[in-house]
Design a binder for this molecule. Structure first.
Ligand SMILES: [Zn+2]
Length: 124
């Protein structure tokens, strides 16, 4: 299991902007890393137009071996993982970002596959 320590600032801004723009629906995507830095988000098809739960959609995704984890947004100010989120985190990947309302640079948290808080440093 690779250690991911960083996230590219542009990628974080993209996540926050996408979450804000589809609020109150949930944004969901798959994180890809280059080395120890998250540099890309793959948005799941249909995510931006469906009422379906973002987390449910992630559960059904055939996982790309280059994916290192997931990102999704909550329509509430809490970035704490739900039971469904924890089941998702355990299923694949090892770095999972949850962004909460109001989707600014302080309203997101990162978890490992066990749902424990981890820190990502924003770079760039
Ligand atoms: Zn969630």
């Amino acid at each position: 299991m690779k250690q991911i320590s960083y996230i590219d600032r542009e990628t974080l801004r993209f996540i926050l902007g996408a979450s804000r723009s589809i609020y109150p629906r949930e944004f969901a995507g798959v994180l890809r890393a280059a080395g120890d830095m998250i540099k890309e988000v793959l948005i799941l098809p249909g995510t931006l137009s469906s009422e379906e739960s973002a987390v449910l959609r992630l559960h059904m995704l055939p996982i790309d071996p280059s994916a290192c984890g997931t990102v999704h947004s909550h329509p509430s100010p809490s970035a704490s993982p739900s039971e469904k989120d924890l089941a998702l985190f355990a299923k694949f990947g090892y770095v999972h970002i949850v962004v909460a309302f109001p989707y600014d640079e302080r309203s997101w948290k990162t978890y490992n596959h066990r749902g424990e808080d981890i820190k990502l440093e924003v770079v760039g």
